[in-house]
Write a protein that binds this ligand. Structure first.
Ligand SMILES: Nc1ncnc2c1ncn2[C@@H]1O[C@H](COP(=O)(O)OP(=O)(O)OP(=O)(O)O)[C@@H](O)[C@H]1O
Length: 290
């Protein structure tokens, strides 16, 4: 970990919930901080912009993004910022330290680089985002909050995902899987010692997600990470509810991707059979047991 932001010792703020009805992305606090004349924020901005890492990352950390990070520091979610874990076209993931030294992953979306037409396809038809409109910033910010809510829902359904901690504007804070010096690896990068067990875990997670009303929508060996033998599902930004008009198509594609990975590991599995397993209704509790 490098480049301390400084530690802001405050009561741990409540992480925002799934209350989509009250979601108002235009009235966002980080935007207000960025616009406001605030001596503390100005000092923070100068301090951060002076560090080597942020000079390099100037395209990601515009003033509004810095203000979002500032708010997360003030709220006690982030204590120190580390280097990048992954740099993508739409988002970068950084290591960070929390309030009590816990290791975090901070995913920062680039509003301008995001493919918002693609995002809109997933948002339109999702009852949580009715009336989202076509304003680019609104769409991207809704996407980030959607990823946060999806992580929560997946976790509540018993799917192993990084614990979501906070979301602010285009910045999502979650638990880091693995450690800064011992990174979690993508399923695609590891040698799967016991593909049968791994497949059973993945198919169970897909079933639990589906029973909780969600379809991942981009599931493959690239969006599952492994640490100390545990498998975590990540990147739930595009996950849609089962009511989405394309939910079936997305689920079929996820099943094909997963089955094709595991057939390459030597298993005799197909996308259809996986789809059947994931969508099979739960058996009713037997009357004998009541
Ligand atoms: N919570 C986490 N803990 C550990 N590593 C993580 C975490 N979240 C993301 N990563 C790492 O960062 C990479 C990118 O994350 P993610 O897939 O969420 O972002 P993305 O921008 O959608 O990436 P891509 O475009 O490559 O799919 C992951 O492959 C993983 O290696």
């Amino acid at each position: 970990m490098t480049e301390e932001f400084g530690f802001v010792d405050q009561e741990e703020a409540e992480a925002p919930g799934d209350e989509w009805e009250s979601l108002d992305v235009s009235d966002d606090e980080a935007d207000r901080i960025a616009r406001r004349q605030d001596a503390d924020f100005d000092e923070f901005r100068i301090r951060v912009k002076d560090t080597e890492q942020f000079k390099v990352e100037a395209s990601v950390f515009d003033d509004a993004t810095l203000a979002a990070v500032y708010k997360l520091v003030q709220d006690g979610h982030i204590g120190a910022f580390g280097g990048p874990v992954s740099t993508g076209k739409e988002a970068n993931v950084y290591e960070a330290l929390g309030h009590d030294g816990e290791e975090l992953a901070v995913k920062v979306y680039r509003i301008n680089a995001s493919n918002f037409h693609h995002m809109r396809e997933y948002l339109q038809g999702d009852p949580r985002f009715e009336g989202i409109g076509s304003d680019k910033k609104k769409v991207v910010l809704a996407w980030v909050r959607k990823e946060f809510a999806n992580l929560r829902r997946a976790k509540a359904a018993g799917v192993r995902v990084p614990e979501p901690i906070a979301v602010q504007r285009n910045v999502l804070v979650m638990d880091l899987v693995g450690h800064a010096d011992d990174r979690a690896r993508r399923l695609s990068e590891v040698e799967v010692e016991n593909p049968e067990t791994a497949y059973e875990v993945v198919r169970e997670y897909m079933r639990r997600l589906y029973s909780a009303g969600l379809v991942h929508g981009d599931l493959s060996e690239y969006n599952m990470i492994i640490h100390e033998g545990e498998l975590f599902v990540i990147d739930l930004g595009q996950a849609v509810t089962v009511h989405h008009p394309n939910a079936r198509e997305f689920l079929e594609r996820d099943c094909e991707n997963v089955a094709s990975f595991f057939s390459r590991q030597g298993l005799d599995v197909t996308g259809e059979e996986l789809h059947e397993y994931v969508t099979r209704p739960e058996p009713e509790p037997s009357a004998d047991l009541e």
